[in-house]
Design a protein around this ligand. Structure first.
Ligand code: HEC
Ligand code: HEC
Ligand code: HEC
Ligand code: HEC
Ligand code: HEC
Ligand code: HEC
Length: 394
């Protein structure tokens, strides 16, 4: 097999829908310039292995080897509540064998089946919560491709949009889940030339720009510019023009400001205002928060909005990467974020005390606050209160 064919093969196993034809067949020098994470492996084995180990590589996967063992066992019932039975958009019945992809697995898992009306993927009506081991109703009535995908894939773009009806008609991406090129930009040229100038390294930009690389996805917003296939406001953040992709160096805080609401990030949308829909109650605004002057995250994927309120960020010295490495590097271990506090503080500054689990992600399960409030509140249970997941068919 030639290298090019091998590449198409690799891309076709990780990609789906139109992705194979578009990206695989044109590489190298492909239209969009993405090569896929597999291509980086040969020259950056440590970065690759440690990334593959991380959750970024796992957010959306084909079900085999990625579906929670417990969810398979409890598919018909968890003892009190029946598992998923229908697709949320079409209302048609679906069974376990119809599940094509699973979304998540660390805190909760959701199930994707075909939507025959749009050719996209729709959600089934129940999600599995790992903390409680129970099913919970999940009502998302928009296709995954047009509601979640810019945060769960690499190289996402809208390719056809109906302006009059306000609907995303077609979209594409280079790779499922958060691949190398989500944070480094399209890498096909670099993979050929191997020159540093042909690839983006977040370490080369200032603290604010570094934090925005991560903030593009670790955020909660409401998007009226782009609507889903079903005509509702999107919760993700596609680039301002049809056919364009978000680049990790983009300053998305300036994108279509009158059509997107980004609480806490835009001056006209403060942390402590009242919001509706998916943004309802997204920050703690009680007396403790008001007294502290810091509004902790009340929902998940809001780390950027928590962190920009902290002294850490405001002093301009610390970015997400100061505590998190997305991967190991040659001669460089992946940071254990819990162990970073002691570099700058005494041992009374613990993660358990100062990063309480406040952001609700599933039934009685929360993610850590990144506001670093001086008088932190008590948190609930989180990721560190559970062992790693077991997968079916691993
Ligand atoms: C054929 C080998 C090869 C492939 C494939 C390759 N790289 Fe590289 N990469 C290199 C070399 C060599 C360097 C060091 C360049 C230098 O220092 O001048 C490098 C450097 C880098 C850097 C650091 C740049 C900087 O400014 O310090 C990043 C980031 C990077 N590569 C990412 C990637 C990603 C992402 C992919 C896959 C899309 C990839 N590489 C594929 C060889 C490769
Ligand atoms: C394209 C979207 C996207 C970008 C960009 C992104 N993330 Fe994430 N991140 C995710 C998603 C989605 C998950 C959840 C993965 C899961 O649970 O399967 C995640 C999970 C994480 C986690 C928890 C799991 C783990 O593996 O440790 C950390 C920490 C994290 N991201 C940090 C970062 C940092 C730091 C950056 C910037 C350098 C960043 N992320 C950029 C989407 C993104
Ligand atoms: C703005 C970006 C963004 C959007 C939009 C988004 N997510 Fe996420 N999602 C994330 C990030 C980042 C994480 C991990 C961090 C966290 O949960 O705090 C995550 C976590 C998850 C998890 C938990 C992962 C695990 O391992 O347990 C699931 C499930 C999930 N998302 C599903 C969805 C679905 C379904 C949609 C669309 C309806 C969606 N997300 C929309 C960014 C996003
Ligand atoms: C979530 C974002 C993210 C993802 C995904 C990601 N990287 Fe990185 N990468 C970074 C950041 C941030 C740095 C800067 C590291 C630092 O500041 O210590 C970096 C640095 C690098 C470097 C420079 C040398 C080093 O290790 O610091 C290389 C090479 C690299 N990445 C390759 C890759 C490859 C290959 C993949 C996929 C297998 C990948 N990256 C996935 C964010 C990411
Ligand atoms: C790179 C150095 C560095 C690291 C690592 C670091 N901090 Fe800090 N932290 C600072 C600085 C600087 C300040 C601001 C001190 C000041 O206001 O005088 C600060 C302030 C704080 C505050 C007080 C905020 C306030 O409003 O006064 C808390 C709480 C905190 N850090 C917790 C943590 C925890 C928990 C960790 C580990 C997860 C951590 N820090 C890691 C440097 C660091
Ligand atoms: C001062 C250090 C520090 C900074 C800066 C920081 N984090 Fe974290 N983060 C942590 C620690 C510590 C944890 C908990 C890890 C653990 O339990 O092993 C964590 C956990 C997470 C998680 C997983 C959620 C959970 O409940 O475990 C995500 C996602 C995340 N961070 C994203 C980010 C993003 C995005 C940024 C920048 C906007 C950021 N972090 C900045 C220290 C930091």
């Amino acid at each position: 097999m030639t290298r090019r064919l091998l590449l198409v093969g690799i891309l076709c196993t990780v990609g789906f829908l139109a992705a194979c034809a578009k990206y695989g067949a044109n590489e190298p020098g492909s239209k969009y310039g993405y090569s896929g994470s597999e291509r980086c492996k040969a020259c950056h084995p440590q970065e690759f292995a440690s990334w593959q180990d991380s959750w970024h590589s796992k957010i959306v996967r084909p079900k085999v080897g990625a579906m929670l063992q417990e969810a398979v066992e409890k598919w018909s019932s968890d003892g009190t509540t029946p598992g998923p039975t229908v697709g949320n958009v079409t209302g048609q019945p679906f069974v376990l064998a119809d599940v094509e992809y699973v979304v998540g697995s660390r805190w909760k898992q959701r199930y994707l089946v075909k939507n025959s009306e749009t050719g996209n993927l729709q959600f089934m009506n129940m999600q599995f919560n790992r903390g409680s081991g129970k099913w919970e109703k999940y009502g998302q009535k928009n296709d995954w491709n047009t509601q979640c995908a810019s945060c769960h894939t690499t190289g996402y773009r809208i390719t056809a949009y109906d302006d009059r009806a306000g609907k995303t008609l077609k979209s594409e991406f280079a790779e499922l889940s958060v691949g190398c090129e989500a944070c480094h930009g399209p890498g096909a040229t670099h993979a050929r030339t191997t020159k540093a100038k042909d690839i983006f390294n977040p370490a080369d930009v200032d603290i604010q720009a570094q934090t925005r690389v991560c903030g593009y996805c670790h955020i909660r917003l409401e998007n009226e510019k782009w609507k889903t296939a079903q005509g509702n406001p999107r919760e993700d953040f596609p680039a301002p023009k049809v056919g364009e992709t978000h680049m990790p160096w983009d300053d998305w805080t300036q994108w279509y400001p009158t059509e997107v609401v980004i609480p806490g990030v835009q001056k006209n949308h403060p942390f402590n205002a009242e919001y509706a829909g998916d943004l309802k109650g997204l920050f703690k605004t009680d007396t403790l928060a008001t007294t502290n002057g810091v509004f902790e995250e009340a929902k998940h994927h809001q780390q950027y909005q928590g962190f920009i309120q902290s002294k850490h960020y405001q002093l301009g010295a610390i970015s997400c990467n100061t505590c998190h490495s997305p991967h190991a590097g040659s001669g460089k271990e992946k940071k254990a974020s819990k162990e970073t506090c002691i570099v700058c503080h005494d041992s009374s500054y613990t993660v358990e005390k100062y990063m309480p689990n406040t952001g609700k992600t599933a039934d009685n399960l929360f993610v850590r606050s990144h506001t670093f409030a001086k008088n932190p509140r008590e948190g609930g249970p989180g990721a560190s209160d559970m062992g790693p997941p077991n997968y079916y068919g691993d």
